[in-house]
Ligand binder design. Structure first.
Ligand code: KG4
Ligand code: ZN
Length: 340
């Protein structure tokens, strides 16, 4: 089955085609960073307008790159939430219109389910069950994944997401927006033990996180005159230490031996290395998507759509709805036998 995926939940316009037999045929991403850079954050209306402009061009280039004719597409998946309402609507309208024109089924996909399952695009792919650490710009969640759609939230950030803490710290240091990757590059020139930040909430039981205090501590360290690279390095170290402590706790609690890292911050190399070492130590395995599949992309959306379309799910033919907010726990669990 060949499924075309469309992702427009925030500031990336992305189209991919996933073939259940042969894998990814094309994976195209256009980032709107230039559109939003001078505002210091994503402007929802500008995001939606740019998606409308780029979608037809991206579709044409994805089709050309795949070498497929339109009749060879068996279904269309799109991100139906969570995300920016207007941005989501542009992708939903495009995907539903395309599905109608091709006379193929369409399916709205949950963006975070895409992130959670993105490492299934890699070889080797993780098998169920596994512990997922989702670290993106909007979410920081530890999730027990028993199968497609069978997700139990074990813990989450009670305030800022990890990516948000990276972005706010980066902005403070004049590294632009979103600055997570730039901050991580600056770390290479800094000392990880230069500033002593307390690791948030690690003394308390449970699996929740909090990163707003650390953000304030970064503001204070910069104001106190520490070198930006030292603050960046110490910040990154504190975030990684905190994640490792909670992940270790969650592995003990669930008894799982597989860890999947997901979301934009999963592109962070020191984090990947630390978690690899952690899982090597305990005889388990860690899985993470290639960096370009960690940040927002349509490949993960096409993958989830393929799994669910194969199991018989589809949108109603008429109309469409998107959800700015959408808890993962509301998804249907697929029965194991319907997942190839
Ligand atoms: O998953 P994603 O692309 O978008 C959301 O759905 O939120 O995640 C984007 C987040 C941003 O906060 C960005 O700064 C962060 O991922 N990020 C990184 C790195 N690359 C992207 N954070 C730390 N280190 C990186 N290398
Ligand atoms: Zn995302």
């Amino acid at each position: 089955m060949r499924v075309l995926g469309v992702e427009t939940s925030c500031d990336e316009t992305a189209i991919a085609i996933y073939d259940t037999e042969s894998g990814l045929l094309t994976n195209r991403i256009h980032s709107q960073t230039d559109v939003h850079a001078r505002y210091g954050g994503v402007v929802p209306e500008l995001a939606a307008r740019d998606h409308v402009r780029k979608l037809p061009l991206m579709f044409a280039s994805a089709m050309a790159e795949s070498g497929l004719s339109r009749s060879m597409i068996d279904g269309v998946g799109y991100t139906a939430g969570p995300g920016l309402q207007g941005a989501l609507m542009t992708g939903a309208a495009f995907a539903k219109g395309l599905a109608r024109a091709l006379d193929r089924p369409a399916l709205g996909v949950h963006h975070l389910e895409g992130h959670l399952l993105a490492s299934m695009l890699e070889d080797p792919a993780p098998t169920f069950p596994f512990l997922a650490m989702l670290v993106s710009g909007g979410h920081t969640q530890l999730i027990a994944v028993e199968g497609v759609g069978a997700y139990t939230l074990l813990g989450e950030s009670i305030d800022d997401a990890v990516g948000e803490a990276f972005d706010k710290s980066a902005k403070l240091m004049g590294l632009g927006y979103p600055g997570g990757a730039a901050l991580s590059r600056l770390v290479q020139q800094g000392r990880r033990d230069a500033v002593r930040f307390t690791r948030p909430m690690v003394d308390r039981p449970g699996l929740d996180f909090s990163f707003s205090g650390l953000k304030t501590a970064v503001v204070n360290a910069v104001a106190a005159g520490y070198a930006h690279a030292d603050v960046a390095a110490s910040f990154e170290q504190t975030v990684i230490d905190t994640l490792v402590i909670k992940i270790r706790r969650a592995l003990t609690q669930t008894g799982y031996g597989r860890l999947v890292l997901a979301g934009g911050v999963a592109a962070n190399q020191p984090l990947r290395a630390r978690l690899k070492a952690l899982m090597d130590d305990c005889g388990g395995a860690v899985f993470y998507p290639a960096p370009e599949l960690c940040t927002d992309n349509a490949a993960m959306i096409a993958l989830v759509a393929a799994l669910r379309l194969q199991a018989g799910e589809r949108d109603l033919v008429s109309g469409f709805s998107v959800r700015a907010r959408w808890p993962l726990s509301e998804l249907n669990a697929l029965h194991a036998e319907s997942v190839a």
